[in-house]
Design a protein around this ligand. Structure first.
Ligand SMILES: Nc1ncnc2c1ncn2[C@@H]1O[C@H](COP(=O)(O)OP(=O)(O)OP(=O)(O)O)[C@@H](O)[C@H]1O
Ligand SMILES: O=c1[nH]c(=O)c2[nH+]cn([C@@H]3O[C@H](COP(=O)(O)O)[C@@H](O)[C@H]3O)c2[nH]1
Ligand SMILES: NC(=O)CC[C@H](N)C(=O)O
Ligand SMILES: [Mg+2]
Length: 529
């Protein structure tokens, strides 16, 4: 799979072999940031197929399997004799160790999130110019216990006796942690040490103009047909809509679905801000009953997501009929649906090469089978920060480009338990208080996103006005992130947390506790469902 956001070049690629990683696209992206052309290939490629691509270097990605499990993807030992520099990351590191005679096992010492790594001696090889110990992002349950013969151990952590190794002579390297994620200190340094110091790859690739390229592709795909765009008020759909508007102008109508799972004031804001910024034609579909009826009695997260994905499409179909009727253009159906789908939506829905299904994003894994629209998704290979950059290039205002993300299924996946109108009202109030206080504290730009979650199936005992209460907890989930692939919990000031807690418990009837989620991603995800 070649990243559609990258221009084709005649250069020797750095191949990223995808073992079903959550992060394969992120590795390719970091290589791109270092001005080197990179392509992702599935792990089913044989050594011969890999070498036929004439790679400058190969990176083996992470993956959900265990190398010693039946049917686990493996890497041929002959790859390591081909004279091509190789870097193994996490699963790729373990697969390399196993292929070359090292020992890999489940030790019971799992490491997820920030992990302390200690270098063996001075930072050298791919760890050159890094400090004697660093915080690295890990996500593993298996560990390399013994490096293969001919390899030096470069670092270790509490759960990984061999956390990095090198065979300089053969130009083979591996790390247990994920240097490609922003939360790994010196991650880019480690990748660049591999690319430039070890593999001697040339730094001569620059990002093609994503904007011009995508406008061109959209024109080709749509021709002179009519198109609708699912517009949410979020960054991704605003940028997708602006791109499509630039490509095919008047052929576009944006459709905003009010599914009743929105936050306070959201519908009004979309109508106001987006139209003001772009002048695009907007159709508002009021579909609260459709969604609430379909979700009635459902509490399983994946079932909710599938229902929401399906009802979104049904709502778009209804909207199409109304738009056609308004324009009095009988006969010709609207064939194209634009969505602001990003790469993290795709990979979490299990859409990478063999990637595990973490959750079905409504716009990818949640789509119904009988989807009649042809999808137009110009941002499908990109990450949020890249999309923000494209949006700024398109001239969208800072309030849209800098907005905190809000998931399409909305409050529907922030009520743990069954969704009811009363619970939605309660959560809307709590969420509005938390957001208002965050804004008043001037911290909107320091927090990437702050889901506010209602644990509708949990109740606890409290005391108010000398009486017993038996109410629900509200969870605050403020996170820092860059691309939603990894995240850390935000260290909000205590007095702000106290104010939010105080106001929610006082002002929102039915809530008697406010708790703070202090889990990184991994192992948590940002949303609770
Ligand atoms: N209420 C809605 N009405 C119409 N389309 C929607 C709605 N919510 C989501 N979508 C569609 O689903 C896509 C994915 O939603 P998602 O929340 O990931 O992106 P976004 O809302 O555009 O941006 P952000 O991630 O910043 O919230 C959107 O880009 C949009 O096309
Ligand atoms: O449009 C969306 N449809 C979805 O189904 C969906 N699920 C999660 N999200 C958003 O994606 C980012 C990563 O979320 P998670 O860490 O919870 O997977 C976060 O920004 C989430 O808010 C969604 N967005
Ligand atoms: N993130 C990964 O690549 C994980 C590798 C392997 N499944 C483990 O748990 O150790
Ligand atoms: Mg959104």
């Amino acid at each position: 799979m070649t990243n559609p956001a990258t221009a084709q070049t005649s250069q020797k690629p750095v191949l990223v072999v995808d073992y079903g990683a959550q992060y394969a696209q992120l590795i390719a992206r970091r290589v791109r940031e270092a001005n080197v052309y990179s392509e992702i290939v599935p792990h089913t490629h044989t050594t011969e197929q890999l070498l036929a691509k004439n790679p400058a270097a190969i990176i083996l990605s992470g993956g959900p399997a265990s190398v010693y499990a039946d049917g686990a993807p493996s890497v041929g030992a002959d790859l390591f004799e081909a004279g091509v520099p190789v870097l193994g990351i996490c699963y790729g590191f373990q697969a390399m160790a196993a292929a070359l005679g090292g020992a890999v096992a489940k030790t019971g010492a799992r490491e997820y999130g920030a992990t302390h790594v200690t270098l063996a001696g001075e930072g050298r090889s791919i760890l050159a110019s890094t400090p004697a110990s660093l915080n690295a992002w890990m996500s593993h349950g298996d560990s390399v216990l013994e490096a293969p013969a001919g390899f030096d151990v470069l670092a270790s952590s509490a759960g990984a006796p061999v956390a990095a190794f090198a065979n300089e002579e053969k130009c083979l390297f591996g790390v247990q942690w994920h240097p490609e994620v922003k939360h790994s200190e010196f991650g880019q340094k480690v990748l660049e040490n591999f690319l430039f110091n070890a593999a001697k790859v040339e730094r001569n690739w620059t990002t093609g103009n994503i904007l011009d390229e995508q406008v061109e592709r959209i024109r080709e795909q749509i021709g002179d047909a009519k198109v609708i765009c699912g517009l949410s008020g979020g960054v991704d759909s605003a940028v997708a809509a602006a791109l499509v508007q630039r490509a095919v102008g008047e052929q576009l109508t944006c459709v905003f679905v009010n599914h009743g799972l929105l936050r306070q004031g959201e519908a009004e804001q979309v109508e106001r801000d987006f139209v003001a910024a772009t002048g695009a034609r907007l159709y508002v579909a009021n579909e609260q009953d459709r969604f609430l009826n379909a979700l009635s009695g459902v509490s399983d997260p994946e079932t909710k997501r599938k229902i929401i994905g399906r009802e979104f499409i049904r709502a778009f179909e209804e909207a199409e009929r109304a738009i056609m009727a308004e324009a009095a253009s009988e006969g010709e159906e609207i064939k194209f649906l634009v969505q602001g789908t990003l790469y993290p939506d795709v990979v979490e829905s299990g859409g990478g090469e063999g990637a595990a299904n973490i959750k079905s994003h409504h716009n990818v894994g949640g789509l119904p089978e009988d989807l009649r629209f042809e999808l137009v998704e110009p941002l499908r290979a990109l990450f949020k920060d890249e999309v923000r950059a494209v949006g700024a290039q398109l001239g969208l205002p800072a309030e849209i480009v800098g907005r905190q993300p809000f998931p399409g299924p909305g409050l529907g996946i922030r009520i743990v338990g069954e969704i009811t109108g009363d619970r939605l009202d309660l959560l809307r109030k709590a969420d509005a208080i938390a957001r208002a206080e965050l804004t008043a504290a001037g911290l909107d730009n320091d927090v990437w996103q702050m889901p506010v979650v209602l644990l509708a199936d949990v109740r606890s005992v409290g005391v108010m006005g000398d009486g017993r209460t038996y109410g629900h907890p509200i969870v605050l989930r403020p996170v820092s992130s860059e691309d939603a692939m990894t995240a850390d919990w935000s260290r909000l000031p205590y007095d702000l947390l106290a104010r939010i807690s105080n106001r929610i418990t006082n002002e929102v009837e039915g809530v008697n506790r406010v708790v703070l989620d202090v889990t990184s991603k991994p192992p948590g995800t940002i949303e609770w469902e």
